[in-house]
Design a protein around this ligand. Structure first.
Ligand code: FES
Length: 162
């Protein structure tokens, strides 16, 4: 059985480690990055999305993006990632930015726009923004492909009827 004194000592060690980690994060990342990473409003897989993509970056981390559409307008966007804190911040900020954008507008979003919206990212994390943007673009490209497939299938069925 663990003595109360031993338990208290471990609690103090854990609290101290937590404080050190938070201090290091504050030195590395902007307040916006930390806020987005700690409270990601759009971190969720979407049920029956109209479009989605999963992309693994060169760092080995994966980003998933889900879109709900109303015609060519984005009605909702969510994301999931197994990546670093900045990747959570990038996914959440990107999902925030594209809510109510058209697909064309969303395709134009650049990693630099995302980094600017996050009040900056360390250079070594710029690829996290690239991964989020690449995944969004892939999700949009998948819509085009799905639409093309449906159109091709419809044309084929119409040809069969003739
Ligand atoms: Fe891989 Fe950030 S280190 S997404």
């Amino acid at each position: 059985m663990v003595e109360q004194g031993e338990y208290d000592r471990w609690e103090r060690v854990v609290a101290e480690l937590q404080r050190e980690i938070e201090e290091k994060e504050r030195a590395l990342y902007s307040a916006k990055v930390l806020q987005q990473a700690r409270n990601p409003q759009y971190l969720a897989r979407m049920e029956a999305p109209d479009a989605q993509a999963v992309v693994t970056g060169w760092c080995g981390d994966t980003m998933e993006i889900y879109l709900r559409l109303n015609g060519t307008a984005i009605q909702g966007a969510t994301f999931m990632t197994d990546g670093c804190s900045p990747s959570v911040a990038c996914g959440n900020m990107l999902a925030t930015m594209v809510q109510a954008m058209t697909l064309d507008e969303a395709t134009e979003v650049q990693p630099e726009d995302l980094i600017l919206a996050l009040d900056g990212l360390p250079e070594e994390n710029s690829h996290c923004a690239q991964l989020a943007v690449d995944t969004l673009r892939q999700a949009i490209a998948n819509i085009d492909r799905n639409t093309r497939c449906e159109t091709d299938e419809r044309d084929r069925l119409e040809d069969d009827d003739r």
